[in-house]
Design a protein around this ligand. Structure first.
Ligand code: PMV
Length: 328
């Protein structure tokens, strides 16, 4: 009744923003991501028949009430699937800042899913694990798999086809992602609240939905062709299209800070000098730079001197979630 798993966050190359069903956590658009090596969540899960409540320890400290509630609801899915009522103790450790737009919920829920499956000896197939992880966080469905991953929009009302699927493994394409940290504070507006607000108020939401299938098809072709320039260009476009929803929500959601903008400008300036680099940004102020391995150091040198840049993390395509032998 106990197991530990590791999972990595992922970066969406084609972004997900908006839900078509909030209860089942079904996305309104498909998405494509790259799972990231180096950054991880390790989660130990222990079902405890004798305990009276669920307990979540996050990075060595008891989690907040709302975080524990979210995780309790998630574990209800497993309890319902097996027909038990055992409370659960989760010890989760991230090696990167939580809730700063670095998809910590993706790696956390993917790790908890795989650990819960192992603890309960369910042996769920990967697509079912992805579906379970999706209930915790939409992007977590993608972190079950390594390398390049597509999250399907799905059509069924019960969400059983809203699952991720691997496109290519981590060693398929040696590209890099630099994560430029501009702020380590917890974000103010979480993705679920942000998405709902955009769906309700942004005048661009309908065109976001309408242009999504074309972006997915194009990115799949780009990955098949290993065309780095096109990958960067389309990933940046998808990011800016997503942020145009947050910016045009009423009232607006401003996930960026001044340094975010400085870094974006620097990336565009580097491109003008012939350095192939493109940015992408999630629901937070960090900027992620897609680049080739041979240009990484030069780009890092240009960006680290920008005032407000705290540090830069190097990542590349990483593996899917897996059970570990040790405990956190
Ligand atoms: O899975 P969530 O609810 O954390 O949403 C993720 C939203 C973005 O990171 C902004 C985009 C994405 O597709 O990962």
């Amino acid at each position: 009744m106990k197991a530990t798993a590791i999972a990595h966050p992922n970066i969406a190359l084609i972004k997900y923003w908006g839900k078509r069903d909030i209860t089942l956590n079904l996305p309104a658009v498909g998405s494509i991501s790259m799972t990231l090596s180096g950054l991880y969540t390790k989660a130990s899960v222990k079902f405890r028949p004798e305990a009276s409540s669920d307990l979540l320890i996050l990075n060595g400290e008891p989690a907040s009430k709302s975080q524990t509630q979210r995780v309790s609801l998630f574990f209800d899915l497993f309890r319902d699937a097996v027909g038990i009522s055992d409370r659960v103790e989760i010890v989760s450790v991230n090696n990167f800042p939580t809730a700063a737009g670095l998809a910590s919920s993706a790696s956390a829920f993917a790790a908890m899913t795989v650990a819960a499956d192992a603890a309960l000896k369910l042996k769920m197939p990967p697509s079912r694990l992805s579906e379970m992880a999706r209930h915790g966080s939409g992007s977590a469905a993608r972190s079950i798999f390594g390398g390049f991953v597509q999250m399907h929009l799905g059509q069924r009302e019960d969400g059983t086809d809203s699952v991720a699927e691997p496109i290519a493994p981590a060693d398929y394409w040696d590209i890099r992602l630099l994560i430029v940290i501009t702020d380590e504070k917890k974000k103010e507006i979480g993705s679920t609240a942000g998405m709902e607000h955009s769906r309700e108020t942004s005048p661009y939401y309908a065109s976001w939905l309408a242009t999504s299938p074309g972006d997915i098809l194009e990115m799949r072709q780009i990955i098949a062709d290993k065309d780095f320039e096109k990958l960067g260009e389309l990933a940046e476009h998808s990011c800016l299209k997503m942020h145009s929803l947050t910016l045009t929500s009423r009232p607006p959601i401003l996930y960026w800070n001044g340094t975010t903008f400085e870094v974006m400008n620097a990336v565009v300036a580097m491109r003008k000098q012939g350095i192939p680099a493109w940015f992408t940004i999630d629901a937070g102020p960090q900027v992620k730079i897609l680049c080739r391995p041979e240009d990484m150091e030069r780009i890092e040198e240009e960006l680290i001197v920008i005032p407000g840049v705290k540090h830069i993390i190097r990542t590349q395509p990483g593996n899917g979630a897996a059970v570990l032998q040790d405990t956190v």
